[in-house]
Design a protein around this ligand. Structure first.
Ligand code: GP9
Ligand code: MN
Length: 634
């Protein structure tokens, strides 16, 4: 019998294939990743390779077979431990490990004795690849002439691994645009770039922010504090505490922009219910209100409203600074006897909500697990808004009052698809399917708000609540400018138009108040925290916040966007041009300059607070800087 001749680099090939296959099997057996199509399946299948090829490939640089093999065993062992640690963590938390969590031992508090319950003897299978590799090294005869590895071979090998990385990232980008810059969800990251790359990425993000945090000593706060104090808008005594003790129901309306309000699409009314609120005796309607979000989209909008600070210019603050100290609207309400909660039918780890809500001191998160979600009552991203409203009000009836519930809707989300039975108006007829369908999902969202109001009335909660509703961010991006121009009857959408299109509606509905009015001053999401706390009779004069009470006589019509654009009642600054708001004409930069300067300062202060985690040096009760901070000062 002619003996089988093992190819030269069999050991390396076996190591790669064993770890690759094991990882793919673990993906499928140990995590609940929901895979929606063949493309996602393919990405999941190839993503371990892009990292493994690199890691094992380093062995090619070692001179002797012995050292090479030792290196391979060590790497496979480390990778197996990393993967297994994630499996264990996932069994308990239904989530992947983050670098930050590893160093926050308090997170493992619950884990304690349960480690024994989590692991089992059969878990040895997670190390199958290491065992296979060791056996291969032991039993496969040594091949002569392997050392040192030819330089051309090494080159070819690393070109191949680079190609794998690009293939992986390219496919991931088509499946999930802006995956890395937006960095929203650990599950999405793992699904797209794989566990191992995910950890590298996480380490990079976390170490960058911890370095900034470590360098901060709080002395930076002195200047920020002076600015905040000097720019405070005095409370309006008539409005302060006017609706004290009411429940606060905040509804963050997914992707809802102002251009659909009181507007028609081919003769169809798009938002009949919201339109009726724009001139309702119990509703303050703000028709020149803007979102101020960046890449963090929904999560930025939550962040801005809770903290009255901006999100970050890069990435999503929910993800990068989930462990910071904050002084949120929820925390203040909690201190004033409110039961605070968020209602949103999605995985709790999406946007890292589960982590940051703890930092926000939110009492409870009603995530997808709290809802009855079936194939029939879901579409697109999950539970449809109408059943979401119905089930949420059911949950509210069980809550201790007063409560603060933040509801986050989902159906009016890109790609704006609906079930046939939920379509109430026809599609629009532009060249953009996205815009065409948008009107239909907005119409559905509007209907769900009507349902919310009806349900609240029926449950008896309505009269003792305030219902605040606002759009979280734009729904129609600039990629659809041509279609938007057609809809708005304009020749083209300019930078000036785009800025004004960032307007989202804001309604503050106070049942039975008879106080309704339309407020036309320019304002933004950053103003909501002080406004709402003041209406409920809660002071904010010591708070590190950049927004101003919308009812204050000193509220200024000046809305800063995260990217440095701004809007006032008279000016629009966009694309580095200063426009007269009324005429849309370029009026020269001088008119805008003072505002440009101020917007840079405010954005910078906000970033400093977040990057340095400065609120840990601040006593929110007294408004004093804590000792550490003062040590740095003379
Ligand atoms: C997901 C939802 C959508 O839970 O809030 O986030 P978005 O993509 O709009 O930022
Ligand atoms: Mn959103």
């Amino acid at each position: 019998m002619k003996s089988f001749k093992w190819p030269k680099h069999s050991i390396l090939a076996i190591a790669i294939i064993a770890t690759w296959l094991k990882t793919v099997i673990v993906y499928h057996t140990s995590f609940e990743l929901d895979i929606e199509n063949a493309m996602q399946e393919l990405i999941l299948f190839i993503n371990p390779l892009s990292f493994i090829l690199f890691a094992y490939g380093i062995s090619l640089f070692f001179k002797t077979t012995k050292v090479r093999n030792r290196f391979l065993i060590t790497v496979s062992m480390i990778l197996a431990i990393v993967l297994y640690a994630n499996v264990g963590f996932y069994r308990f938390y239904n989530d992947f490990i983050t670098f930050a969590v590893l160093f926050q031992t308090s997170n493992f508090g619950d884990l304690g004795n349960s480690v024994v319950d989590i692991i089992s003897f059969t878990d040895i299978l997670y190390f199958t690849d290491v065992i296979v590799l060791i056996l291969a090294i032991k039993f496969i005869p040594k091949v002569e002439g392997l050392s040192p590895v030819r330089i051309e071979l090494r080159r070819a090998y690393f070109i191949l691994s680079m190609a794998m990385v690009f293939l992986n990232l390219g496919l991931a980008e088509t499946e999930r645009p802006e995956l890395l810059t937006r960095a929203f969800d650990r599950e999405l990251l793992v699904k797209n770039i794989g566990t191992y790359n995910y950890h590298l990425y996480d380490i990079y993000v976390q170490s960058k922010s911890s370095a900034q945090r470590a360098l901060a000593d709080g002395s930076e706060l002195v200047e920020v504090d002076n600015y905040v104090q000097a720019n405070q808008a005095a409370v309006n005594e008539e409005m302060f505490g006017k609706y004290k003790g009411r429940n606060l129901i905040l509804v963050q309306l997914e992707s809802l922009q102002s251009f659909v309000i009181n507007n028609e699409m081919n003769g169809e009314v798009v938002t009949p219910f919201l339109n009726s609120l724009t001139n309702n005796k119990d509703t303050y309607y703000f028709n020149d209100f803007y979102h101020q979000t960046g890449l963090g989209k929904t999560s930025d909008s939550e962040f801005i409203v809770e903290n009255s600070l901006f999100g970050l210019g890069r990435g999503a603050v929910f993800f990068t600074h989930g462990g910071n100290t904050y002084n949120t609207m929820a925390e203040k309400l909690g201190e004033n006897g409110y039961f605070t909660n968020v209602m949103h039918s999605n995985n709790s780890s999406f946007w890292n909500r589960n982590e940051i809500y703890e930092s926000f001191n939110i009492n409870r998160f009603y995530d997808v697990e709290s809802y009855d979600v079936t194939d029939e009552n879901s579409v697109n991203w999950g539970l449809k808004d109408i059943p979401f409203m119905e089930q949420s009000v059911d949950l509210m009836t069980e809550m201790q009052q007063p409560f603060y519930s933040k509801m986050i809707t989902l159906t009016n989300h890109y790609p704006f698809t609906l079930e046939e039975e939920d379509i109430m108006i026809p599609e629009y007829n532009s060249n953009s399917g996205t815009l065409n369908r948008y009107f239909q999902t907005v119409r559905y969202l509007d209907e769900s708000i009507k349902v919310l109001f009806d349900e609240l009335k029926e449950s008896g909660l309505y009269d003792n609540s305030i219902i605040v509703m606002y759009g979280d961010h734009y729904g129609i991006s600039e990629n659809h400018n041509k279609a938007m121009a057609m809809y708005l009857g304009k020749e083209e959408i300019t930078a000036y138009d785009s800025a004004l299109l960032q307007s989202v509606p804001l309604f503050i509905h106070v049942p039975g108040s008879g106080d309704g009015e339309v407020i036309e001053d320019a304002s933004g999401q950053i103003d909501l925290r002080p406004t709402l706390l003041h209406l409920l009779g809660i002071e904010t004069s010591n708070d590190m916040q950049l927004g101003a009470d919308l009812f204050s006589k000193e509220h200024e019509d000046f809305v800063i966007f995260r990217d440095g654009r701004f809007v006032t009642n008279d000016l629009v600054y966009a694309g580095e041009v200063c426009y007269d708001r009324e005429s849309g004409e370029d009026i020269g930069i001088e008119a805008c300059q003072p505002y440009i300067d101020r917007s840079l300062v405010e954005l910078e202060y906000s970033d400093e607070i977040i990057n340095g985690d400065l609120l840990r040096f601040y006593d929110e009760e007294t408004g004093n800087l804590l000792h550490d901070a003062l040590d740095g000062e003379e």
